[in-house]
Write a protein that binds this ligand. Sequence first.
Ligand code: RB5
Length: 148
Amino acid sequence: MIAIGSDHAAADLRKIVKAYLEEQQIPYVDCGTDEAPSDYPIMAKAVCEKVQSGEAEKGILLCGTGIGMCMAAGKMNGIRAAVCSDTYSAKFTRLHNDANVLCMGARVVGSGLAAEILQAFLFTEFEGGRHQRRVDMVMAIEAEQKNK
Ligand code: RB5
């Protein structure tokens, strides 16, 4: 299951991404929104909560740049969000960072590139090994920060 959300700036891209997921027969839960204007942290939180609970394996967050969504998602425990505008980054954030949330900017990437980025993100497995140690170190920073 994939959780997906966008603000008004990426509502059209969200439709395109949903069509792609349907074509690939990948189930998804749509966390909205079709409201305009809208505040991206609301959808970032809703999508990340689905990932945190295990209802969704991964999340997709779309806004104008992808950056606001990525910042908001990065505040949530257990979330490793990456904003990607190219397929190389999307592939390697899975291979090396075990990213569980992909953020994209509808004002940055076209719909064709977005679909290729999405494909790279969804179909690349985490490599583990030495990268697991580094991901564990990232997550340890999150745990330490809880006491500050
Ligand atoms: C909305 O105008 C825009 O600020 C938002 O979509 C996003 O790009 C924020 O990071």
